[in-house]
Write a protein that binds this ligand. Structure first.
Ligand code: THU
Length: 135
């Protein structure tokens, strides 16, 4: 899929963000191997630490729907800074996605940067090798 199309879906997902505390809305779109796209937004909470990032919302929705094989993710935010995924999201993504998994981060109007997950999170914590962790 054209990264721009996935980015457009991430922008759309951002519209559902619940971000009354930070005012920083984030949207993510996750492309599955079967072509389906799962969207997610950040969902903040009055107890700040319970906030869920857009990336994990998208991934958890997809996993809960039975998806396990993912091709790419796009992330967009309502303003600066660019939404490079946080450490927690990098670790959660690495449970299901390989090091060459491409993440398209929208940097400014009409531009994006593509980074492989393995570059964002080298030395991922794993209890099992990827070949044994498919279920
Ligand atoms: N946030 C995301 O949803 N994804 C990111 O990549 C970075 C941070 C959210 C969490 C919180 O709702 C807001 O952005 C400010 O940290």
């Amino acid at each position: 899929m054209d990264p721009n199309k996935l980015i457009q879906m991430a922008r759309k997902a951002m519209e559902q963000a619940h971000a009354p505390y930070s005012g920083y809305k984030v949207g993510a779109a996750l492309l599955c191997a079967d072509g389906r796209v799962f969207k997610g937004c950040n969902i903040e909470n009055a107890s700040y630490g319970l906030t869920n990032c857009a990336e994990r919302t998208a991934l958890f929705s997809a996993v809960a729907a039975g998806k396990r094989d993912f091709k790419a993710m796009a992330i967009a935010a309502s303003g600066d800074p660019a939404p490079y995924p946080c450490g927690a999201c990098r670790q959660v993504l690495s449970e299901f996605c390989p090091p060459d998994f491409p993440i398209h981060v929208v940097t400014s109007a009409g531009e994006f940067e593509t980074l492989p997950l393995g570059e964002l999170l080298p030395y991922t914590f794993r209890l099992k090798p990827p070949s044994e962790s498919s279920d």
